[in-house]
Design a binder for this molecule. Structure first.
Ligand code: FAD
Length: 391
């Protein structure tokens, strides 16, 4: 009704919400707060990725599922993002001998989507910019902030420092959150961080004669006991292959010949598709990347600050739910804002109460799956089942 809208606007308009981190969750969250009428300031450490030629960072593409799509729908972006994704209706399992078998996701017609991370991030920032009550501040790296006053200190690349105050600070600055550092100094804040022994490396499988080198509407999986590879399709008809393997194993391979031996032994069907020269080169292009699981509680400090996305709960990627859970955080918070009439002193503790158990459950499931996969190396069937559950 009109009266509710006016109420909402007058409640929110004078308040400043600072969203720290303009990654996937921060950019989406900024839209949620802007939609409510808050004055939103988004602070991102990097330059505007829409202008950057090379976007550094994690996984090139990721799987968007139901939870994530629902969150996008709330800000009117579901259709657009879905149209730029590639449906994956099933997993395609590649056996060591090159045999293929597909296992569908859920019922007929159900699928998850392979989406380009950088593109999704760009679209979310562009959407955020359409709100008149939104200010995007790039090249603003949060250094410190005060839980008492809400004063934040940002470092700029020219060496200058900027101090900014906000009524609510929303920490969406990822697994190594600078916002979270203040939480760590406080009493009764629980925190744990675990690196798994596995790392990951991304390799590109180019198109063949202008077409996808493998069937595109699948999430391809090569399960190989202690390690595995997966591949997700991209709009440019490439696949991004991700090799998950213990760091120890990555480090054993030091020459191009050793890369080829390894691939001949475990992923022979991918050699002609990735290309021997590319394999020998790209394996050494970047070191394998670490994966961390972070759990903490509470997610808020008073009525001043709240953590969302990886800042609150980084999970290992064996469930494909990190971003999706972060997107869902935004929806859950927004619903509570509605329910409790934007009273932050009520919403923030309620958000912690409701969200911590759910996010911890996702973190546990992802880690459980990862551990199970390694523990049951001798039980092929068990391993197989576990892999299917996770992707
Ligand atoms: P991030 O994406 O890390 O963004 C944080 C932002 O904050 C960045 O832009 C960063 O520059 C900025 N920042 C950091 N510090 C500061 C600071 N001090 N000041 C200002 N800004 C700062 N999830 C899925 O749902 N599906 C998948 O298929 C999937 N696959 C994955 C595969 C791999 C290999 C990995 C590693 C992860 C995968 N994930 C997946 C998880 C997903 O990547 C994360 O959950 C998601 O990126 C979290 O988004 P975020 O915005 O919370 O954090």
């Amino acid at each position: 009704s009109i009266s509710t809208m006016e109420e909402t606007t007058s409640r929110s308009s004078s308040k400043v919400v600072a969203v720290v981190g303009g990654g996937l969750v921060g950019a989406l969250n900024a839209c949620f707060f802007a939609k409510r009428g808050f004055q939103v300031e988004l602070f991102e450490a990097r330059e505007d990725i829409r202008r950057a030629r090379h976007v550094k960072g994690r996984s090139i593409n990721l799987a968007l599922s139901h939870r994530g799509r629902q969150a996008l729908q709330h800000v009117g972006m579901e259709e657009k993002i879905v149209s730029q994704g590639i449906p994956m209706n099933a997993r395609m399992i590649h056996s060591p001998s090159g045999k293929l078998s597909s296992i569908p996701y859920g019922k007929k017609g159900q699928f998850i989507l392979s989406v380009d991370r950088a593109n999704l991030n760009r679209e979310l920032l562009t959407e955020a910019e359409t709100y008149p009550n939104m200010q995007l501040n790039f090249d603003h790296k949060l250094q410190d902030w005060s839980a008492e006053t809400g004063l934040m200190t940002f470092a700029r690349s020219d060496g200058s420092v900027q101090e900014i105050q906000a009524d609510l600070i929303v920490g969406c600055d990822g697994a190594f959150s600078a916002i979270r550092k203040q939480f760590l100094r406080r009493s009764r804040f629980n925190y744990s961080q675990t690196y798994i022994p596995h790392g990951y490396m991304e390799l590109t499988m180019p198109p063949v004669h202008g077409e996808f080198a493998m069937e595109p509407n699948y999430l391809h999986i090569w399960p190989r006991n202690t390690f595995m590879m997966i591949a997700l399709p991209n709009l440019d008809k490439t696949f991004t292959c991700t090799l998950f393997m213990p760091f120890e194993e990555f480090e054993k391979i030091t020459t191009g010949e050793e890369v080829m031996e390894f691939f001949h032994r475990y992923f022979p069907d991918t050699i002609p598709l990735i290309g021997a020269d590319a394999l020998k080169r790209d394996y050494f292009r970047l070191p394998a990347q670490a994966m961390v699981s972070v759990k903490c509680s509470p997610y808020h400090i008073g009525d001043k600050c709240v953590l969302m996305g990886d800042a609150a709960h980084a999970v290992v990627p064996f469930y494909g739910q990190g971003m999706n859970a972060g997107f869902e955080d935004c929806v859950v918070f927004d619903e509570m804002m509605e329910q409790f009439k934007e009273d932050l002193s009520v919403v923030l503790p309620e958000y912690t109460r409701v969200r911590v158990p759910d996010d911890h459950a996702i973190a546990d499931l992802a880690m459980y799956n990862y551990v199970e996969m390694r523990a049951h190396v001798n039980s092929r069937w068990f391993l197989f089942r576990k892999l299917l559950d996770s992707f």
